[in-house]
Write a protein that binds this ligand. Sequence first.
Ligand code: FAD
Length: 475
Amino acid sequence: MVFQKIDRQIIELIKDIIPEHSRVLTDKNDLAGYSFDASFGTYFPEVVIQPLTTQEAADIVKLANEKSIPIYPRGQSTSLSGGPLPVEGGIVLDLSRMDQKLDVIPEDLIVIVSPGVLTGAIHEAAEKYGLFYPPDPSSSAISTIGGNLAENSGGPRGLKYGVTKDYVLGLEVVTPQGDIIRTGGKTVKNVTGYDLTKLIIGSEGTLGIITEATLQVIPKPPSTATAMAIFDDVVTSGKAISTILTSGILPSKIEMIDQACIAAVEDYSPSGLPLDAEAILLIEVDGKPLSVAEEIQEVGEICRSSGARNVVMATELSQQANLWKARKMVSPAITRIKPTKISEDATIPISKIPDMFEKLKNIKEKYQLDLVIFGHAGDGNLHPNILADKRDSDEMKRVEQAVKEIFEAALQLGGTLSGEHGIGTMKSSFLEMELGPVGLDMMKRIKESWDPNGIMNPGKIFPGKDQVFSLMEGE
Ligand SMILES: Cc1cc2nc3c(=O)[nH]c(=O)nc-3n(C[C@H](O)[C@H](O)[C@H](O)COP(=O)(O)OP(=O)(O)OC[C@H]3O[C@@H](n4cnc5c(N)ncnc54)[C@H](O)[C@@H]3O)c2cc1C
């Protein structure tokens, strides 16, 4: 794909569409702030545009399509897979300022939102009405609903409540030709034609720009309780997860934190986690108070009989909040181990969690890397993170080999490359390994029919010809 460079004349055409020229950024210092995300690599856009309305976004996309300019939708850039990176230059469309609408309609159990609204703000708005928007990526305080929709984000509550796609009734989308369409509607039941809503969700900004979403909310569970189960062995903690999940109790969250992550959190912000544990599980149950009290006791007993050294109960809201705050701290805390963080989210069926722990232990030893594990263990969505230093090319080579083996391990166990972070630039080389050549080709054909000029987030999901996985690129 050959794209046109942005010259003075195109900037003038952009300024004709965007009345406040302060929302068209071309200064190198401004562009630098849009050259990275939470993953890997640095790529400068040629211009950043901040639309405030669907019509502005549509007019910009129309122009980009006519002039063959790549366009990169962006929320808050917390992607862990390279999703918003402008790898071909062109336009970054910053949707974080399109955050005007957050309408809770309690009588229909829906919320209508603009794409730039932070997910945490949706949680708060729904809760004012006793309602609950379950998807809860750990980044909910800093990521946009547009980004969550484009990545089909999950989170700890995925175990019981599912992920973003399970709570979307309809979308407004700007197509790669600059047309505005609506998919789905406001009802839970809707089987009119193909399900374009589900096609757009998780398409990582490669099929269009989401400019509004109608989300489903449910009644908020009145009570929660949390247990912290402490283990001397990671694999035993994995076996305990399977035992809990086959006991007839469905916790709302089961999160795992390994020893290295515990140490990092305690160093970063002391939270009272047991430094001598090899792993802890944080398990939350929710529902009516009486059943919550009963279930959390049962969970504690199961953990003890499955090999937990100790189980600490947190029933007061403040104690629970403290434990979950410690869990949210893991990601920032581990970056102090080494400066380069490669965050994976290979996901396996729940019965295979102990096997995956075993495989990750072996990979860590084989490549002598700082490989730590935490994440949404209850639904098999582990987050093995490798901490390295990108200036050390020998170490980065070992990281590349380890990452490949992590993906192979997940697929051998019947899992997937990515449970929630998406493919972006980071996993595209491995896509065929999971989908096979025909599956990959069918996806490419969908992309080509939606976006024949290939302007919408090019360089993402699909591997380039003869592309080889490298962590040396783009640095
Ligand atoms: C500390 C931390 C914790 C995290 N925890 C989780 C977690 O628990 N679960 C999880 O799933 N993820 C998690 N993430 C990853 C990340 O937060 C999510 O992928 C999030 O949805 C990205 O939102 P964003 O607003 O930052 O989008 P960006 O990173 O800006 O963009 C993400 C993708 O969405 C596209 N996009 C953005 N807005 C739109 C739009 N309006 N229309 C079309 N495409 C669009 C972009 O092109 C890109 O491909 C975490 C990240 C961090 C840094």
